[in-house]
Design a protein around this ligand. Structure first.
Ligand code: SF4
Length: 236
């Protein structure tokens, strides 16, 4: 198998914020979000390092992390994804970060958390429509065994209006944890602005917008904490 990078850090996104996590990043993605913050993986699969499932797991276990986060790129594109999940010992919790446009195959029953990240209009039309296409299947997986979180990037008010419409259509907030994640920053942005102004959305404005929308009551707003701590760089 090939990986783009592996590192020990804390989880900087979503419901499991702060847990000690060993990150395993698969290279390559079949989507092209405009503001993708891992282009070195999603656009450059050739840059990945060759390794084996056994070696990845051995490094993850030796790291002392409680969780292993399998991310990308898009991990569900890779045939090695299933053997990696199957071979993970139960002492290591598994979080899988996916855009949600591909569904898990058999053999992924020991995934502890599916972090599904459907994309808003600002990502581009193709990514947006592909990643909202399988919401009913993800909700059914969560109904059978609650372990899904929806982590939805938002860049502007157009995105927020779109997300609200989806939340209402699928009654998401009655069924699954939903997190709004302000987009950015990317390598081109000033990370110091992220606490108050992300690449596309002022976080304070987002909070006030959400507060006056009763349809979004119960939603969480969680920025990417690793970027606040360490800036936009790899390996954190
Ligand atoms: S789905 Fe994720 S990895 Fe793929 S292009 Fe979009 S942001 Fe990048």
């Amino acid at each position: 198998m090939k990986v783009s990078e592996e590192f020990l850090s804390i989880q900087g996104e979503g419901l499991d914020l702060g847990v000690l996590t060993y990150f395993v990043r698969f290279p390559a993605c079949d989507l092209r979000c405009r503001w993708c913050d891992t282009p070195y993986a999603s656009l450059h699969p050739e840059a990945g390092e060759a390794t084996t499932v056994e070696d990845v797991l051995s490094r993850a276990i030796e790291s002392g992390a409680e969780w292993m986060c399998i991310t990308g790129g898009e991990p569900l594109l890779f045939p090695e994804f299933v053997p990696l999940v199957q071979a993970t010992p139960c002492s290591l919790k598994v979080d899988v970060q996916t855009a949600g446009h591909r569904l898990p195959s058999m053999g992924t029953g020991n995934v502890t958390r599916w972090s599904v990240s459907p994309k808003p209009p600002s990502a581009g039309e193709a990514a947006c429509s592909a990643t909202w296409a399988h919401i009913p299947e993800w909700l059914e997986l969560h109904r059978q065994h609650p372990r899904v979180q929806f982590k939805i990037p938002v860049c502007d008010i157009v995105d927020l209006d779109f997300v609200q419409a989806q939340v209402e259509e699928y009654r998401l907030l009655y069924k699954v944890p939903v997190i709004l994640q302000p987009v950015g920053p990317s390598e081109a942005c000033d990370v110091a602005l992220y606490a108050t102004q992300s690449a596309g959305y002022d976080v304070g404005t987002l909070v006030r917008e959400v507060a006056c929308r009763s349809a979004l009551r119960g939603i969480r707003i969680i920025p990417q904490v690793h970027k606040l701590l360490w800036g936009v760089r790899r390996g954190v």
